[in-house]
Write a protein that binds this ligand. Sequence first.
Ligand code: OXD
Ligand code: MN
Length: 595
Amino acid sequence: MSSLTSNQHVLDWVKEMETLMTPDNVIWIDGSEGQLRALREEAFKTGELTELNQDKLPGCVLHHTAKNDVARVEGRTFICTTKKEDAAPINNWMAPDEMKAKLIPMYTGCMRGRTMYVIPYCMGPIGSPFSKVGVEVTDSIYVVLNMDIMTRVGVKALRQLGDSNDFVRGQHAKADIDEENRYIVQFPEDNAIWSINSGYGGNVLLGKKCFALRIASYQGYKEGWMAEHMLILGIEDPTGHIDYVTAAFPSACGKTNLAMLIPPEIYAKKGYKVWTVGDDIAWMHIGEDGRLYAINPENGFFGVAPGTNEKSNPNALHSTMKGTIFTNVAHNLTDNTVWWEGLDKNIPEDAQEWTGLAVDGKEYVADGGKLAHPNSRFTAPAVNCPCLSSEFNNPQGVPVTAIVFGGRRAKTAPLVYESFDWAHGVYVGSAMASETTAAATGAVGVVRRDPMAMRPFCGYNMGDYFGHWLEMGKKLGDKAPKIFNVNWFRTDDQGHFIWPGFGDNMRVLMWILGRCKGEVEAVETAIGYLPNAEDIDVSGLEDVTTATVKDLLSVDKDLWMEDVKGVGELYDQIGERVPAKLREELASLKDRLSK
Ligand code: OXD
Ligand code: MN
């Protein structure tokens, strides 16, 4: 098939890929429905995809990955910069030449007998000055169809690029899905991504974590903007005014749920509404008025299926009802639909679990006794989302009123607190951490430090990244969003969550907005500004009183001292590039805690 562009940079690079991987055919993805339909049909024939019940789930398909290939692989993810210290020590690093010498033999001839698909795609709304273009070559139809949901693909992306050479070159090959030779490699200095031996979303949809976070964070550092692992949501008040909040949480802390939250009745009745702009990634630039503006570079949701249901996230569930790709969920054979743990109580008796093995009604075959893999996913078009913001495609993005950091902490962090100022807020982000849960392998309650939820996604030296945050604050000055920290996961002595979470998290967001507007007082403490318990509205909640909130806001100084030690260790590990300002913040916090 002929190419879709006269951009010589793109043509030369695609030719280079063809010469390296020697596919039998090359197909350029133009983004037309006709072409995508033909690819779907082809994948049904080969078994790569299964067509689901088209009355109940129109346009939806099911895919299983290889059993050894079900999640991102941080141990095999590399940032390759010329100088080691520009990427290390938090990232795995290898010299670019050494990595290329290792991978080129693996890529050589790896698409023989296969088709190479060339996917031009745009991250961010078409026409936005903040959007960026990538081209991914892949030998997977599953990747093509996922990229079509998650990004803007085809001719429109090439039009956005014009004859520029400023595009991210992504080369993906399934090769043998060999985990010993699986590599997810970013070359930030070359705008390039090399991914091989995987077929799992986060490793192969190169627009997402690889480009929109790892490469883009480096681009933002060089160009004066920010690429963050953040959701973007809008809260509309009864007058129709909308404030936007961005929030960073480590994986598995309910980001998609928060991004699509349903306001509790006390707010809904008054006319408050919540709008989703993004559930995973925010690109943020300083606008002409000096405020910070956010766009969502993605065009769909790659959400975790288990636990998604009518109660936890009806908007996400609704988003998956058409045009969605399900990966590694269970196949309900009774009506050719899908099922996962936490969808409903009707465990299908006649089903195939995520591995493809039959279920005999009771006994599940895969490890852990789960029908759906715990990291099974839906890839759903954003347009399906009932609460999608009307600003979703706004090329200028939305102005950010507040930035929220959070993690999963059983005891240490209070329900919410506000940082003293931007620099202290950067400290708070750098100190982010989450405790492992029983759902994950390994010990329960182990603290993993995950600065700004970017530990697996920062494309350069973490100390420089902190420095960039401080610089952005200087440029924003008094127009900077206020920075907060939240924790939905405090537990009682029996290990039960105290705060109801989900939609009720809006009660905390309302305090946050109240602070941003100067409408509500706070108490100055050693760790930051804490709410007066009575300012968190708990009306209509059965099990939570103002006394409960008081408890949720308590700060145990011994636990904090321990945590501060952990932050110090992280800074020592990152080394000399941690900005002096953050070490000062750490020292003053210690000082305030010991008083
Ligand atoms: C994701 C993640 O898939 O953060 O979004 O792991
Ligand atoms: Mn994520």
